[in-house]
Design a protein around this ligand. Structure first.
Ligand SMILES: [Zn+2]
Length: 563
């Protein structure tokens, strides 16, 4: 009895079986049908996304006795032999192990012999980026003048390591990471065909954990089916693949939201005890944060974020209580953490704990920023800063003891105590994130009138429209950064029936990116009473010396203003 692993058993056999790469499948099938196939293709993409399978299918499509055809018969000798890797005219080479110049020379000599039986002689070189420099040189000679019967199919996960001279002679196809829903659908299909039962949440967790690589998903399913007694569970998955149960992230981030150091450290400990590494933690944690951010930004029906019914309320509540600013900051902290871990692998755990304990204190920072902002604009300091947000971010009625929504006193003793032992452990890391203590406590001093605030912003013409200042105020409260940016650049603006129009001073590139961020634009448009989209125009600087930019703009016929 030989067991065939799922990835091999359910490998796509025809173009119709290839999932998530429609753009490639369509282009290749059309090229075959119109007899416009090139002689060299470079298939680029992450592992397990279907590059080699597609190369084999293309080989069948070209060499099938019924072909060339976009739908090879899968019955003829050629189709069979290509599938089993026995076709003498379809030569598969692993670039990792046959990467020397001699290997490529041998290929060059043989490529000129006519195919033995098939229509074309096809070379499939996997991991082509692993060829040596001289081997690439030799390959280039062949690619410059390939015999008519030759077709080269190169697959790579790392196209940057391939010389431009080679790439420029290939048609390049980029394989995408597969979407979670597509992978999950495929796993459901496999389970049905295997006659095994696997709960949806397990398949969902695999689909997420494989990070867009179907082959990885299939081998995770293989393993979890082998281990499980009966239907596999999330616990099985956690054990074999180190994929944490979704509740673990809720536990952790609730502790972060409530600035509960013991809860944070406990959640980290449980994750690591179950076999996941610190790096797994960062990857999976970032995914979980991204989900929460999507819920905040796109609403409860955020695409691709479907917490199971029993976790739904908790997840939505958590997203609300953390809010956009904190979630974005936390994501940034996790990304920075990855780099730090790479530099100091031995301190990984300490770094992880240190980062999350700091994340737990972000609530203070956000509240402080809101208070400062309110003082600048002459408003009363916000009480519950997060609760004062306008509609798109619903009020936080923190379910976890209210620790996150009430502005904590500047020196919260429990947090300080817990942070202390950890903070001194990683001596090395630089400090890009300002320490919470560094932020001056908001003193109830009278706020100086800000020169940036557009005090005399023109009123809306029609009485039914909200005043511009009212809208801007909502921006300052709901999106402090965006609000401050608009204030600092404001020239003039008006509200009209079709929306809001602002004339701003020309921002620098990073500020402009913030202003033009489509998510922010959507958010602006959805402010209460806002009549429509916001049009931002930027004032040209008075004199500008930018010959290169001018040349580029002229060359590409670029327009600087936004539509
Ligand atoms: Zn065939």
């Amino acid at each position: 009895m030989s067991y065939r692993i799922l990835a091999r058993k359910y490998r796509p056999r025809s173009f119709a079986d290839v999932i998530g790469q429609d753009h490639i499948v369509t282009a290749l099938s059309r090229a075959i049908e119109k007899d416009r196939l090139g002689q060299a293709y470079l298939l680029v993409g992450p592992r397990g996304t279907g590059k080699t399978s597609t190369a084999r299918i293309l080989a069948k499509a070209v060499n099938c006795t019924q072909g060339p055809t976009g739908s090879p018969c899968l019955e003829c000798e050629a189709c069979h032999e290509i599938e089993t890797g026995n076709d003498a005219d379809v030569i598969e080479i692993d670039g990792a192990s046959n990467n020397g110049v001699d290997d490529v020379r041998a290929l060059r000599e043989r490529v000129h012999y006519r195919p033995l039986r098939d229509r074309n002689k096809i070379y499939i070189i996997d991991e082509v980026q692993r060829l040596s420099g001289p081997a690439f040189d030799a390959l280039l000679k062949t690619l410059e003048e390939p015999p008519d019967h030759a077709l080269f199919l190169f697959a790579t996960t790392d196209p940057h390591k391939i010389p431009d001279t080679i790439v420029s002679r290939c048609q390049v196809f980029e394989f995408r990471r597969l979407r979670e829903v597509d992978i999950q659908a495929k796993l459901v299909d496999i389970c049905a065909r295997e006659g095994v039962e696997a709960p949806e949440d397990v398949l969902g967790a695999i689909a997420r954990g494989c990070r867009g690589g179907l082959r990885d998903a299939e081998s995770m399913l293989d393993q979890v089916l082998a281990v499980a007694e009966g239907a596999p569970t999330l616990d099985d998955l956690e054990m074999i693949a180190g994929l944490a149960r979704p509740e673990r992230w809720l536990d952790l981030f609730e502790a972060v939201a409530a600035d509960d150091p013991a809860g944070v450290l406990g959640a980290i400990d449980r994750f690591l005890q179950r076999g996941g590494t610190e790096r797994d933690f960062v990857q999976q944690g970032a995914d979980a944060l991204r989900d929460l951010l999507h819920i905040v930004l796109l609403g409860e029906d955020a695409i691709g974020v479907e917490p199971s019914p029993e976790r739904r309320d908790r997840t939505l509540q958590l997203a609300r209580s953390l809010g956009r600013d904190r979630l974005e900051s936390m994501l940034g902290m996790l990304f920075a953490l990855e780099g730090r871990m790479a530099r100091a692998p031995l301190a990984s755990r300490a770094l992880l704990e240190w980062t999350l304990l700091r994340a737990a204190r972000l609530g203070e920072l956000v509240n402080t920023a809101a208070t400062l902002q309110a003082m600048r604009t002459g408003e009363a300091p916000p009480g519950p800063a997060l609760a004062a947000r306008p509609q798109p971010q619903p009020p936080a009625s923190a379910g976890t003891g209210g620790g996150s929504s009430a502005p904590a006193p500047p020196a919260a003793p429990p947090a300080a105590q817990a942070a202390a032992p950890v903070a001194q452990a990683p001596a090395a890391p630089p400090e890009p994130v300002p320490a919470p203590q560094a932020v001056p406590a908001p003193a109830p001093a009278p706020a100086p009138a800000s020169q940036a605030a557009p005090a005399s912003a023109p009123e809306a013409a029609a009485t039914s429209l909200p005043a511009l200042e009212t809208l801007l105020e909502q921006v300052r409260v709901g999106r402090a950064t965006l609000g401050a940016l608009i204030d600092s650049l404001f020239k003039e603006g008006r509200v009209h029936e079709g929306g809001v129009e602002l004339l701003l001073r020309m921002p620098d590139a990073s500020s402009r990116a913030i202003l033009e961020d489509p998510v922010s634009r959507k958010w602006l448009e959805r402010l209460p009473d806002c009549p429509g989209p916001w049009t931002l125009r930027f004032e040209e600087p008075i004199q500008r010396e930018d010959p290169v930019g001018d040349a580029l703009r002229e060359h590409f016929d670029a327009v600087e203003e936004l539509p």
